[in-house]
Design a protein around this ligand. Structure first.
Ligand SMILES: Cc1cc2nc3c(=O)[nH]c(=O)nc-3n(C[C@H](O)[C@H](O)[C@H](O)COP(=O)(O)OP(=O)(O)OC[C@H]3O[C@@H](n4cnc5c(N)ncnc54)[C@H](O)[C@@H]3O)c2cc1C
Length: 453
């Protein structure tokens, strides 16, 4: 079977490693970082992820028992809990039939996937996955007619090394080095846009005996239009909170007094949960991270190299789909390899041709969802649409599926199809709204004319 170098042992690279290893490929996994199970990330970034059906479906496609082990301890979130300015809370369910997304610590998930790779090695001593931690990929050389790809990397002693493989999978995240090398080989369209928004992490500590101080089964949102705070539960009773706000505003909160006044004005109920002192420390000391949006096309060169995960598409986090989509990439790619009898050229060609429309669709949805989370969730029109979705979706489940349900709970509906269906539903809602309005006006006219007679 062919040999593959997977560059990047983040969640997507690890899942790809498992997927290829299960198919019998000879896998080598490179990462510039140390093994995260030995040296934990010290960056003060502790992102919690929402895993939903697309991600789970992709894991199950590779190994359903492994999925159970990796997802042990995840916390179901059945809806958003909106925290209003006056301190009131309002639950908005995600699904119509009790569906949920799940909170998981990204680092833990990554560590579990690496443990699963090791487990695979123990069970398959003849086809072990090789780990190359602290090895930083720098470039690759690939000739059109050559049988293999030569990669260059720095090993943990910072010595330049080479490796030879049949093909390379780039899973090295949004600043992908594989992607920039691939650009030399193909006419790649590429776009990187920073949005004017940064994020900063805070923590709500557990209550007494590890209890949750706000409802554990919701994703909490404090929507304040230009900025917002969200919180996702952790297994130990704590919540990882993320503040999202424009750079200028966030950087202007640079003294204890300014941070305190800002929180007292906009997030007074969160002060009791996080603690004012901790909030000040976070704003003054924790790293503020940029959010960007990367699209490229195509995603491969011949049968030699292909990009997946954030290296191919980095999206803003507002739909909670970045990693889910990366996991789906792995499933789609492995399915295409099966379909084409492991012919990489045919599978990669079809991947680039067919996957792009779905990737640009979810990137667009992710950008639009900031407005939904920070603003729309409180608007009467949005709440009316949600009610309508609720009624129509329950009575006609085969014909009416709310957009969020399609994206988060229906791995069988491609992202581009979610948008197509939603556009049709939006048109119907408009017709319904204008019919209700016209009938209302007609009734009013009849009533007024009767009164005047
Ligand atoms: C605030 C925030 C919240 C998010 N919330 C969600 C969510 O709720 N749900 C969701 O699905 N997604 C979410 N995401 C997105 C998710 O984190 C990413 O989509 C996911 O981590 C991408 O995985 P990846 O493996 O492709 O890339 P990464 O996780 O970036 O991993 C890339 C790996 O490549 C390695 N690497 C990089 N360069 C090299 C090199 N030159 N040589 C060797 N190794 C290299 C890195 O060390 C890293 O380990 C969120 C993101 C953010 C920022």
């Amino acid at each position: 079977m062919a040999s593959v170098a997977i560059i990047g042992a983040g969640p997507v690279g690890c899942l790809a490693g498992l997927g290829f290893a299960h198919k019998g490929y000879k896998v080598t996994l490179y990462d510039s970082r140390p093994d995260p199970r030995i040296i934990e990330d010290q960056s003060l970034r502790s992102i919690n992820l929402a895993v939903s059906d697309r991600g789970i479906n992709a894991m199950k496609y590779i190994d359903s028992e492994m999925t159970g082990r990796v997802l042990e301890g995840i916390i179901p979130m059945y809806g958003r809990m909106i925290h209003h300015l006056d301190g009131g809370q309002e639950s908005q369910k995600y699904g119509l039939f009790g569906e949920h997304i799940n909170s998981i610590d990204r680092d833990k998930l990554n560590q579990c996937l690496i443990t699963e790779l090791e487990r695979f090695n123990n069970l398959n001593p003849d086809n072990k996955v090789e780990f190359k931690f602290q090895c930083k990929f720098t470039t690759m050389h690939v000739e059109e007619d050559a049988d293999n790809v030569v990669i260059e990397y720095y090993d943990l002693l910072k010595k330049k090394q080479t490796g030879i493989y049949d093909f390379v999978v780039g899973a090295d995240g949004c600043y992908s080095r594989v992607r920039s090398t691939l650009m030399k080989y193909i006419r790649m369209n590429y776009r990187q846009v920073y949005i004017d928004m940064c994020y900063l992490e805070l923590t709500i500590p557990p209550g007494p005996e590890g209890s949750f101080r706000i409802d554990a089964n919701h994703l909490h949102i404090w929507p304040r239009r230009d900025f917002m705070l969200i919180a996702l539960p952790n297994g130990d009773g704590s919540f990882t909170c993320t503040f999202f706000g424009p750079w200028k505003l966030t950087e202007s909160l640079n003294t204890k007094e300014l941070v305190e006044d800002f929180f007292k004005k906009h997030f007074s109920d969160a002060i009791n949960l996080i603690g004012l002192g901790k909030i000040v420390i976070a704003f003054l000391n924790h790293p503020k991270s940029a959010l960007m949006h990367v699209t490229c096309s195509s995603y491969h060169y011949n049968d030699k190299c292909i990009l997946i995960g954030d290296s191919a598409h980095s999206m803003v986090p507002f739909y909670g789909q970045g990693m889910n989509c990366g996991f789906e990439d792995v499933r789609v790619l492995l399915e295409l390899l099966n379909k084409h009898d492991q012919s990489r050229k045919a599978a990669f060609d079809e991947y680039s041709a067919s996957r792009h429309k779905d990737l640009v669709s979810i990137l667009r949805l992710a950008l639009d969802n900031y407005y939904e989370m920070s603003t729309k969730v409180q608007s009467p029109r949005y709440l009316f649409r949600k009610k309508l979705d609720n009624i129509l979706g329950r009575f006609f489940p085969d014909h009416w599926i709310p957009l969020y349900s399609m994206v988060a709970f229906r791995a069988d509906i491609p992202y581009s199809e979610c948008i197509r269906v939603e556009n049709r539903q939006k048109k119907l809602v408009k017709i319904l709204e204008s019919t209700v309005l016209t009938s209302g006006l007609a009734l009013l006219v009849v009533y007024l004319s009767k009164k005047s007679n």
